[in-house]
Ligand binder design. Structure first.
Ligand code: PLP
Length: 488
């Protein structure tokens, strides 16, 4: 656990309650606490537990996406509306995960759901295999909000980043892909290097993350440090002539919810241009999450290619690669890059949801984004305060950088040392620097017992959340923090 009731460091703001923050604490073993939480959770959610046992008979680990399969079992959902989901045991769970951060208007927003229901009732909505004018209008809208000249749609973020990599390698005729440690671009060969922190390795973010991949792919990936412009310069000085593209998230998601700095973004743009490599922004999380379009609208650095998914899908499986016409041309007839196939790509219902969502966000931009960034900041403060009251030092990320003014996303970290800035995955994902098990596992289970669902300690605010929901989150964190504090 991070910090306990003892001496408080000078200079820190005074905290509510009697507790005071103490000196740095060492890494803790949470297995006894996790076992108690799991037993309580089994009593709390017997139907979800029973369904999970059945699910294990046919589904690997009881489901189809590891992150959804929290231990000892996930809540099995029966309905989802706005800020809440309902599970098989009848709990109304306040959800900050929100469709893996896709649901910016909350679950099943009527603005999209009603349009889809009408379409399905009037002979339109399921797969046709043909193309239509909606696809054209969706592409037009996406380009107008992102500065891209051409777009091609696909069905998942992983496919989008994979195709972007094909395009960059095809366009430049080079083999090597550069990414940042802790960056997640989905389960595709070049993205599956340097995602997880490996404390035992000297290069903690350089390993290939999956069996079954050709080893040669790992040799074609260079991992650099997020927000480290000097290291980027060194990497380009050494390897520049063989780098096809530098792909990274302008707002790092699974690496800890960290916004890129202006210096890093400018260096990335200058160095890729100077060395003939393409700059690829993975905007699967950030697209339409911080403004009604590309995050680049906030700081004016235009990539050569960008990938989109999540929010712009409107709750349906949609992803896109968008960018320069001369690069995207390679995906077309005679271009030589096989950005093709995809029975369900541009699915009519997906295009309708995507168009409807993007159109809504453009129309409501002035009200949606300030509202959700304000809620997220209130959530950060509520969480930090709840832990501080129990003498536990919690630090939320997702706040602004000099390039990205505000964000509706927040993750909580528990650094052992109060002075740790928690601004790089080398800190937030390193169990010797932050109590990763506490933020990733203990807190999630402790809050689930309070009927609150978080991912990476918190998640994303949506327009469906209210100030009362944030207050509820704060109270739930207070009880979870008490439980954690008492357990050690
Ligand atoms: C930044 C980023 N890129 C790519 C992906 C992969 O997208 P998908 O899960 O739709 O394949 C994700 C998924 O979380 C992501 O966060």
């Amino acid at each position: 656990m991070a910090c306990r009731k003892a001496q408080r460091s000078p200079g820190l703001p005074r905290l509510r309650g009697d507790s005071i923050l103490g000196p740095p604490m060492k890494r803790r073993n949470h297995s006894a606490l996790l076992a108690r939480l799991a037993a309580d959770y089994e009593r709390h959610s017997p139907r979800s537990a029973a369904i999970h046992r059945e699910a294990l008979k046919h589904l690997v680990d009881g489901g189809s996406h590891t992150i959804r399969l929290l231990q000892p079992f996930p809540p099995r959902i029966t309905a989802a509306h706005g800020a809440y989901v309902t599970d098989e045991d009848g709990h109304r769970i306040l959800d900050f995960w929100q469709g893996h951060y896709a649901n910016i208007l909350g679950h099943n927003p009527p603005v999209v759901a009603e349009v889809l229901a009408r379409a399905l009732g009037s002979g339109m909505g399921l797969q046709t295999g043909f193309t239509d004018s909606l696809q054209m209008r969706t592409a037009e809208l996406l380009c107008s909000r992102t500065g891209a000249e051409r777009v091609r749609f696909t069905a998942s973020g992983s496919l989008a980043t994979m195709y972007a990599t094909f395009l960059a390698r095809g366009f430049t005729g080079r083999e090597t892909v550069m990414k940042v440690g802790g960056g997640w671009h989905g389960a595709q060969p070049w993205g599956l290097v340097g995602v997880d922190f490996h404390a035992e390795s000297a290069h903690s973010f350089e390993q290939q993350e999956s069996k079954g991949l050709p080893h040669a792919v790992a040799e074609q990936v260079i991992v650099t440090r997020f927000n480290d412009a000097s290291m980027l310069e060194e990497q380009f000085a050494r390897h520049g002539s063989r780098i096809a593209c530098f792909i990274f998230e302008p707002f790092l998601g699974s690496g800890g919810f960290l916004p890129a700095t202006q210096g890093f973004l400018l260096a990335a743009r200058e160095l890729t241009a100077k060395h003939g490599a393409l700059l690829v922004f993975d905007e699967v999380i950030s697209g339409f999450r911080f403004c009604a379009g590309s995050i680049t609208r906030l700081f004016g650095v235009q990539p050569d290619l960008a990938t989109y998914a999540k929010v712009m899908g409107g709750g349906m499986p949609v992803a896109a690669v968008a960018g320069r016409a001369d690069v995207m041309k390679l995906a077309g007839r005679g271009g030589g890059v096989k950005f093709s196939g995809g029975t369900y790509s541009c699915h009519p219902a997906s295009m309708l949801a995507s168009f409807t969502m993007m159109e809504h966000l453009v129309a409501q931009e002035a009200s949606v984004y300030p509202h959700i960034t304000d809620l997220a900041e209130k959530a950060r403060q509520a969480v930090e305060q709840a832990f501080a009251t129990e003498g536990i030092f919690a630090k939320c990320s997702g706040r602004q950088s000099d390039a990205i003014p505000a964000s509706s996303m927040a993750a909580v970290h528990f650094p052992y040392d109060l002075s740790t800035p928690c601004d790089s995955p080398e800190q937030t994902r390193n169990p010797d620097v932050c109590d990763v098990e506490l933020s990733e596992s203990v807190l999630q289970l402790a809050l689930l017992l309070e009927d609150v669902f978080v991912m990476h300690g918190l998640g994303a605010a949506s327009t469906a959340h209210t100030e009362e929901d944030i207050a509820r989150l704060g109270e739930a964190c207070g009880r979870a923090a008490k439980r954690i504090a008492l357990s050690h």
